[in-house]
Ligand binder design. Sequence first.
Ligand code: 13P
Ligand code: SF4
Length: 364
Amino acid sequence: MNTAHPSIIVDDSEIRQQALAVQRPQPLTEERRQQLIARIKQLLKEKNAVLVAHYYTDDDLQMLADETGGCVSDSLEMARFGHAHPASTIVVAGVRFMGETAKILNPEKQVLMPTLEAECSLDLSCPADSFRAFCDEHPDRTVVVYANTSAEVKARADWVVTSSIATKIVRHLHEKGEKILWAPDRYLGGYIQKVTGADMLLWQGSCIVHDEFKARELIKLHSRYPDAAVLVHPESPLDVINQADLVGSTTEIIRAATSMKNETFIVATDRAIFYKMKQAAPDKHFIIAPTGGTGASCGSCAHCPWMALNSLENLAHTLEQGVNEIQVDPGIGKQAMVSVKRMLDFAQSLKTPATGEANIASPA
Ligand code: 13P
Ligand code: SF4
C-alpha cells in the first residue's frame, strides 16, 4: 500500500526558492587554487585533521581527500571512515546531515565543515516537530528514515538506512509482518515499496536535484545511444528509475563503470560523481541524464547547489580558524546512534557493508 497521508503533503516551493538563492563560489585563478591546495595540505597535518568528502563535491575537494589520506565516499562511509581514523578532527565536505551523522558516530571527536549553510532538500522537507507528530499518529508502524535527515529525526526513528541497504532492511521488516512509516524521500520510498511489496506510508519529500531528471527526454537520449547503460540513483522519479539498467547508491553507480561491460553510460545522479567514474574507467564515456531544461534554475544543472558550497576557500578558512563546528545535543546523538547502529548491525549480520554494495535490485 502506498498512501499519501494528508498530514505529510510537503510544500517544497520554499525549499526550491532557497536552493535557487544559493550563491555558488566564484572560480579561482590557477595560482590561488595551487596556494590553497598547498595550505590545506599543511593545515590538515598541523591540526591532526582528516578530510572526508562526498562524491558530489567538487573535483579539487575529492582530489585533496584522496591525496591526504582521507576518503571520498557516500554519506555513511564518510562517518565510518572518520570513526576508524586516528585524527582528532574530522572535516566533512558535504551537506549538514553528513556532518551530523559523523558527529553521531564520533561524539568524542571535533567535526568541522567548510560551511554550515550546506542543506539538503530532503532534510529540510522533514522538520523534526511535524515528523514526531506524524509518527505519534501511527504508533503501529515501524519508523524507517533515510540518512538524509537531521539528528533529531534520526533520534525519533527505529531504523536509519542508506540507499544501499534500504531495500534489504524494509524487506526484512516486511517479512516479519511490520508496517512501515517511511521518510522523507517519496521516490526512494515508492521504489522500495514496489520492489518489496511492503506496506509503507510515505513522507512526501524529494531531492531537488534528482527530481529534475525527465523520463521522456531520457527515452530520446537513450535512443541516440542504444548501447549505453542507464544508471539511476533511486532518489529519481519512478518513470526514470523504470528505464534503468541499474538502480543503485552513489558507490554502486561508480562501481558499475567498471563492472558493466558497456562503453557508454547515461547517469541520473549528481554530475560531480563523474570525477570518480572517470578515474575508475578513463576510457569510458559518461553522459548526464537529461534534466528539466535550461535557464537559471539550479535544478537543471544536475549538481547539488548545497554540495557546491564547499570550496577550497572555505575549507582553508575552516581549518585556519577551527570554525563551523557541528554540534549535536548529546542526548539526541545517543538516541540517533541507536537507529544508526541497528542498520550497521543488520549489515554486519548479512556480512554486507551498509554502504557501497550492489544490493539495490535492478527493476524487473
Ligand atoms: P549517499 O548516501 O549515497 O551518499 O547519497 C547521499 C545523497 O545526498 C544523494 O543525493
Ligand atoms: Fe540532498 Fe539532493 Fe543535495 Fe543529495 S543531491 S544532498 S539528496 S539535495
